[in-house]
Design a protein around this ligand. Structure first.
Ligand SMILES: N[C@@H](CCC(=O)N[C@@H](CS)C(=O)NCC(=O)O)C(=O)O
Length: 278
């Protein structure tokens, strides 16, 4: 692992790191904030998965998470959203597919299957790297994310309820199989058989029996993608039918941007901190 940059912030350290990923076959960059409490022992880890078009840097620069992370004493990990590079199969004019749009899945279709493996990258490889290289208490992990990253957080948590104590999301894609934003990508990454899509669809996972103790979702009421890409009511219906407690806050006047996310960031970190025993 190579250190790209490191800066003291809120008494802790905001770092950016790069490593050669075996899973994606590319160099991968990620951001980690280590709070001051880590100097006296391992602290819990909160994963933040970003949305379409993002790298590790968007939330690092605009998410305003450091004050709350330093107050509660939690590591924040922000991975990239896809493999990148000149040789990557991609659709450069399409921001909803390829670079910046890995959808937290393992592609099974060519030419994407060799590199577009963000699910295994995060759940296996980056998790092992964080455990090895940072003062992280891996027995206490939470996960959250935005939009495509909200979809990532919900689906990964539903598949790993023993690993994650908490899961929340900002404006998540909740039913990726039918959302405008994700349907074409799932077809290209996973093929036309929609059965294979269900393991990367939060509502379908719940319908198929996966469970998680509870979710927190914040959604801007003025989000232009609310009706076509996001549709939190579908998650509300699925959670209700499954008996999963969901706190869904519809936030009047807020859109889809980091102005919205940063407004509620401290609330989400406090919510996770409580569930991570802080
Ligand atoms: N590029 C799209 C918007 C994409 C978008 O809103 N992406 C969200 C995630 S789904 C984001 O976080 N963008 C990066 C940023 O705001 O820093 C557009 O022009 O409509």
């Amino acid at each position: 692992m190579e250190t790209v940059s490191k800066a003291k912030s809120h008494g802790g350290v905001q770092g950016v790191y790069r490593h050669a990923s075996k899973v994606t076959g590319t160099p991968m960059t990620f951001a980690v904030f280590v709070p001051p409490q880590a100097s006296s022992g391992p602290v819990p880890v909160l994963w933040y998965l970003s949305g379409l078009t993002c790298t590790h840097a968007n939330v690092m620069e605009k998410g305003e998470y450091r004050a709350a992370a330093a107050r509660h004493g939690v590591i924040i990990v922000a991975p990239d959203t896809s493999p990148r590079g000149e040789e990557m199969p991609d659709e450069p004019d399409n921001w909803q597919f390829g670079s910046g749009a890995g959808f937290y899945l393992d592609a099974t279709r060519e030419p994407y299957a060799a590199n577009y493996r963000m699910y295994s990258y995060i759940v296996d490889e980056l998790t092992a790297l964080i455990a090895a290289e940072f003062p992280a208490d891996m027995k206490r992990q939470g996960i959250f994310g935005h939009s495509m990253g909200g979809h990532g957080a919900l689906t990964i948590a539903l598949k790993h309820p023993d690993r994650f104590a908490s899961c929340s999301a900002f404006a998540p894609i909740v039913q990726s199989s039918t959302a405008d934003w994700s349907r074409p990508a799932l077809e290209k990454y996973l093929g036309a058989d929609e059965i294979a899509w269900r393991t990367y669809d939060a509502v379908a996972l719940i319908e198929d029996g996966k469970r998680f103790p509870e979710f927190l979702v914040d959604q801007g009421a003025a989000d232009p993608f609310l009706k076509t890409g996001l549709r939190p009511e579908l998650l509300a219906d699925a959670c209700k039918a499954a008996g999963i407690p969901l706190t869904l806050n519809l936030r009047d006047g807020y859109d889809h941007s980091y102005y919205f996310i940063s407004t509620f960031m401290a609330d989400h970190i406090a919510w996770h901190a409580k569930r991570l025993g802080l």
